[in-house]
Design a protein around this ligand. Sequence first.
Ligand code: R5P
Length: 324
Amino acid sequence: MSIKNSNDVVIFGLENSWELAQKISKYINIEVSPIQKITFADGEKLLYSDLTVRNKSVFIICNTSKPVNDNLMELLIFIDSLKRASAKDINVVITYYGYARQDRKAAGRQPISARLVADLLQTAGASKIIAIDLHNPSIQGFFNIPVDDLRGQFIFGKELKNRKDKFVIVSPDHGGAVRARQLSELLQSDDEIAIIDKRRTGPNKSEIMGVLGNVAGKNVVIYDDIIDTGGTILHAVQALKEQGAKKIIVAATHGLFSKGFDMFENDNNVTEVIVTDSTNLKNTQNYKKLRILSLDEFLGKVIEANINKTSITEVYNDYIRQKK
Ligand code: R5P
């Protein structure tokens, strides 16, 4: 990779994105710069750069998965420190955007926390957001700064297109239908997608009303943006099995696994679960069914395009053309 004027670029990785930052740094040939982090007795945090950022373009690799509030606050404090240290621009590469699911007033008197987070990031000093698979792409409009909401379909498309099995792509709810269709198109599947008719019955609870589409005798990929408790996916797996699906693969950009991974490892109907390293997945190396695709190369290319002022569309095209 060739980055122009790399001396004017500084890369940081917040603690829960440290490994991904290291991997990206190898692609773009720019070392990750150290961050000083102090935690006070009452839990307050202080973060700042060890080295000067004066008039430099800064990229912060971060994610605000659990603990969401701590990680968000660390990010805001660090952005503020960079702004006050005269960074030229502050590019926040936020691989998982906590609170994205609170993107509208779903019921009377509820907050729109995804908008609040956008306001906080901008007030802190972010000049650009690079995200991947925001739960709702309309969150881009919550910002008055540029947002690159990268499409995870390219990551999964590259992974699945060279497999010998062909798959029907299934969205586990109505909201994910466009995402599923885009993946299906990337894979040039002859089959229509299928959609699970899911109804939310409470916080972290859902029930399945039916399956729209034909999955009988087909291998399927259930494609979602987030796996949180796992309830949505495991209900979908059961419904698809009842409809006669053969091999069932689960793919999701953001693996939160708030109730652990055992439920997938022990489910005989699940062949494989594929997620990215958008969140920090610790202690998962012994799971046989879990495959983690790194965002390192993809984000490396996107960061390169931002620095070299070239097109992200070209990054997508190059990425999907590559063989595994
Ligand atoms: C919901 O709209 C999202 O796309 C995911 O389907 C949801 O967040 C998954 O949550 P859980 O794993 O807790 O069912």
